[in-house]
Design a protein around this ligand. Structure first.
Ligand SMILES: *[C@@H]1O[C@H](CO)[C@@H](O)[C@H](O)[C@H]1NC(C)=O
Ligand SMILES: *[C@@H]1O[C@H](CO)[C@@H](O)[C@H](O)[C@H]1NC(C)=O
Length: 243
């Protein structure tokens, strides 16, 4: 209630300062402000899609009954294009690559990207305007790539080290271990194509033979985590020097 009072106080104050500069618009200004004060949101978002999937992006949850127009400015690999539609049905689409605006059954607008590929990776900026404001998003859209995973044991300085690798994934995989060791190190390598290799090293207490030691890899593109049991690589055991 206090907040509402405060808004009214602001509106009265604003309309009075407004009227100092232009008396003619006083009434319309006051009316518009009272019903819905102009709002503008600019929000950064991230989205990632699997190769070949149908991708959907929305700009607002509002339906067309409240929306005046929706504009998408799309900047992907070496290309920029625009898709726009207003509530009178006027629209344009300069993308010519299958991207289009569609409506949900309840009348919300969304951008449809058929068969998502590396060519669709980029920044998608949208504006959805309605009475009294607009919603604006900058969406970083990337390709989800499932990493190749492997795990092994090796001897280093008479210590056993378990290694778990998730290679060339996007976004980066998350690696954890079923046991705790003396030391756990994680290395992350970004390659030029934006894919990320994650390696986790678990240094084990010298005396312990890791029974049922496993690494657990999680990735956005999988429904379930994956478990790997690291084993000695062929030829490695000869490097182990007992004291
Ligand atoms: C979505 O709804 C709007 C407003 O009713 C309409 O102008 C537009 O043509 C519709 N788009 C599609 C793809 O049906
Ligand atoms: C290792 O796994 C086997 C089979 O699941 C189980 O019977 C055994 O108790 C496990 N050992 C340890 C130390 O957890």
């Amino acid at each position: 209630m206090r907040a509402i009072m405060w808004i009214y106080v602001c509106i009265i104050f604003l309309s009075e300062t407004w009227s100092l500069h232009s008396g003619t618009n006083e009434n319309t200004s006051l009316k518009a402000s009272t019903t819905s004060p102009p709002k503008k949101f600019l929000v950064h978002r991230n989205a990632a899609f699997n190769l070949g999937s149908d991708a959907y992006l929305n700009c607002s949850d509002k339906t067309w009954s409240e929306t005046m127009y929706v504009i998408w400015n799309i900047e992907v690999n070496n290309k920029s294009c625009k898709i726009a539609l207003s509530n009178d049905g006027e629209g344009k689409n300069t993308c010519n690559d299958g991207k289009s605006l569609r409506n949900t059954s309840s009348g919300q607008s969304f951008l449809h990207i058929p068969g998502f590929s590396a060519d669709d990776v980029g920044v998608y900026k949208c504006e959805s305007a309605f009475k009294g404001g607009s919603e604006n998003y900058d969406i970083d859209v990337t390709l989800t790539v499932s990493p190749n995973i492997s795990a092994w044991l090796k001897y280093k300085d008479n210590k056993m080290v378990a290694v778990c690798r998730a290679e060339r994934g996007n976004p980066p995989a998350n690696i954890s271990w079923s046991h705790t060791g003396n030391l756990e190190t994680v290395k992350t390598l970004n390659d030029s194509n934006g894919f990320v290799t994650v390696e986790s090293y678990l240094e084990l207490p010298e005396s312990v033979t890791p029974e049922n030691l496993s690494c657990i890899v999680r990735h956005m593109s999988w429904n379930q985590e994956k478990t790997l049991v690291p084993e000695l690589k062929k030829g490695q055991s000869s490097e182990y020097k007992t004291e």
